[in-house]
Ligand binder design. Structure first.
Ligand SMILES: Nc1ncnc2c1ncn2[C@@H]1O[C@H](COP(=O)(O)OP(=O)(O)OP(=O)(O)O)[C@@H](O)[C@H]1O
Ligand SMILES: [Mg+2]
Length: 358
């Protein structure tokens, strides 16, 4: 069942057209990451859903009730939409305890005392802060403050929770931990969540579905796997992973594959861009898909072959769990992961189904 739907939403700031026709559906209990680079309109879209910005056109529906309808002149005020909001800055009240920070909204709504006690206690337990209700924000770490901000948004049991880069003030390790427990908590509460981030790893880790925005438009929406393995454009493939790019020209086409060329080596790749023979095209292959097959001296399968290039190892970086190697083949640089390698020439295999040509 759709919990939140957005239909052809447009928004302008003055003469700047920012949201250019956003259409999306969010299912009950689904976590959706809104992903895009700085300025792509993520916050603007989130604020529009929350009722903090007024779009010029389109419809936003929460549950079965429209909360914004440009044509009908309907714009339900933010406080009546009752959504949970979590922002990058935690915006806690410094002179209220953790408990009172979380209880504030319930008190405004005149909730009975016993209910406040029960709900705040439960949500603080949920974010792992049940024992710290009496502390003040300045007595908490950044990660703990972020948990309070989340608890404050969850305490009403909102139909939809909107999170705008909630983890960006945390250090790398805390961020990784937070992805796990936030996802877990939202799933346990069966909430519908829209999670804004510009970090594609975070988006994939936390969300059931990713919506990629560029310039106020949706470029692609799908599961993390779909976005990672079947990007619809060069932009989407560049955004979702770390790639080698091969600028070339289409030499040949056959059965869904096109042939390009890298410093004289012919390479077949999947036709993802529909380019015609002799048109300029770009080959994209994820770093982890480049296979270092050998240096040609061991015999066996380690030498020349179909979709293989011979490249000189330029440098190797030790990254703890693996090595990253930088190769050169003519004017082209190629990066690949692998075990430690000897200096000198190596044969690299670029599997055709992993080389996407746009
Ligand atoms: N109040 C405003 N008045 C005018 N322009 C604005 C306003 N808020 C945002 N913009 C512009 O709208 C565009 C989208 O901004 P938005 O904040 O939605 O981007 P974002 O995707 O959230 O970026 P970031 O990752 O940097 O947070 C930007 O070009 C921005 O300059
Ligand atoms: Mg933003």
């Amino acid at each position: 069942m759709a919990k939140l739907t957005i239909d052809d939403l447009h928004l302008s700031y003055g003469s700047n057209h920012i949201l250019k026709g956003i259409t999306a559906t969010f299912a009950q209990g689904e976590i959706v990451a809104l992903l895009g680079r700085s300025g792509s309109g993520k916050t603007t879209l989130l604020r529009s859903i929350a009722g903090l910005e007024e779009p010029s056109k389109g419809v936003i529906t929460i549950g079965n009730a429209p909360v914004f309808d440009g044509a009908a002149g309907l714009n339900v005020p933010s406080e009546k939409r009752g959504l949970g909001l979590v922002f990058q800055s935690y915006a806690l009240w410094p002179h209220k305890t953790v408990f009172e920070n979380v209880a504030y909204g319930l008190r405004l709504r005149n909730a009975p005392k016993a209910e406040i006690q029960q709900r705040v206690g439960a949500v603080l337990d949920g974010v792992g802060l049940g024992h710290l209700g009496d502390r003040y924000p300045h007595q908490m770490s950044g990660g703990q403050q972020q948990r309070v901000a989340l608890a404050r948004a969850l305490v009403y049991n909102p139909p939809v929770i909107l999170l705008d880069e909630p983890l960006s003030n945390l250090d790398a390790k805390l961020r990784e931990e937070a992805r796990i427990w936030i996802r877990d908590l939202i799933k346990r509460m069966n909430l519908t969540a829209v999670f804004v981030t510009h970090d594609q790893i975070e988006a994939m880790a936390i969300a059931d579905r990713v919506v990629l925005l560029d310039g106020g438009r949706i470029v692609q929406a799908g599961t993390p796997e779909q976005l990672y393995t079947e990007p619809v454009s060069l932009f989407a493939s560049e955004f979702m992973g770390t790639n080698n790019l091969v600028k070339s020209r289409v030499q040949d086409k056959r059965g869904g594959y096109v042939q390009i060329e890298l410093s004289g080596f012919p390479l077949w790749g999947k036709d993802r861009g529909g380019k015609a023979v002799s048109e300029d095209a770009t080959g994209v292959i994820r770093l982890e898909q480049v296979e270092v097959v050998g240096n040609g001296t061991e015999g066996g399968s380690g030498g020349e072959g179909e979709n293989r290039i011979r490249a000189e190892l330029e440098t190797s970086l030790y990254l703890g769990s693996h090595w990253e190697h930088v190769f050169r083949c003519g004017a082209q640089t190629l990066r690949a992961f692998g075990r430690p390698l000897a200096p000198g020439p190596h044969w690299l295999h670029l599997p055709p189904e992993q080389l996407w040509v746009f």
